[in-house]
Design a protein around this ligand. Sequence first.
Ligand SMILES: Cc1cc2nc3c(=O)[nH]c(=O)nc-3n(C[C@H](O)[C@H](O)[C@H](O)COP(=O)(O)O)c2cc1C
Length: 312
Amino acid sequence: MRRVLVLHYSQTGQLTDAARSMVSPLEGRPDIEVVWENIQPKKPYPFPWPFFAFFSVFPEAVHMVAPEMKPVSFDPDGHFDLVILAYQVWFLSPSLPMTGFLKSEAARVLKGKPVITLIVCRNMWLNAQEKMKRLLTEAGARLIDNVALVDPGPPLTTFVTTPRWLMTGKKDGFWGFPPAGVSKKDIAGAARFGRAIADALTRDAGPINGPLLTGLGAVKVNPSYIGSEKIAHRSFYVWGKLLLALGSREAGLRKALTMVYVIFLLAMIVTVVPLGVVVRMIFGRVFKKRLAEQVARLEEPSGSSLERMARG
Ligand SMILES: Cc1cc2nc3c(=O)[nH]c(=O)nc-3n(C[C@H](O)[C@H](O)[C@H](O)COP(=O)(O)O)c2cc1C
């Protein structure tokens, strides 16, 4: 009997729907047992997010200051052949509940285990996954595949529709904007990964070595986000450090400076981001080869190729 542990945390349920779709081919079989664990912080994060609460968590998220977590219900010393870790991105970093889990005692379950990450987010996950790789290495895990499902809307529209969804709970389209979130088709399509995983788990009884999901379009790196994520993360990191030094999220001075940063951030977005597009158009051609190498590295281990899609 193969045992698979699925760790997930979602606020709207979208990420859990994606994980359920991906894992569906493993369910209800006599030869595979799936153990689901909905990880939860001791103090829940709000949803929908009040405007200030949303921005107030960025220093902890970016500096990966782990929140205290509720005890898990699986046995961290139990045997698992594979762990699927489904996480959201918060401020270009793994979500705080996932960081909390990865830095908790229960993360010893990952030691020596093959791990598949499933990211469900707006569209900026590159930096978060690089941080995730480091957290997994620290936990002694082996990352064998990564799947990233993103909102298909153009970045300028998701920049409006995602915060609206997160701060009001409203996901529907409005004023010509598309609905927020990952498409139903992409969520249903995640079952192709589960079919490939089930094949690998039942082919023989040996340890699971990846990647298992190449050729299935597991990820697609948008080269134009590489530079933007680096700049934005740098800014979050420096300001986050300063804000952490001012005390807890409730501290008055920290609250005031967070608001100053939010105004600065919005000003940056409307000025620096369009400038970045122009700079990338010019330098993207000059550094084409280097950019292609970076894309290939960031798409590891599963890659973006589609050759198994017809069969998948
Ligand atoms: C505090 C916060 C910060 C977020 N930051 C990012 C981000 O940097 N990049 C991104 O692509 N999505 C970001 N998102 C969107 C989430 O990754 C995710 O798609 C959204 O919260 C819905 O997740 P759920 O349906 O599992 O609850 C953020 C969400 C929250 C709540």
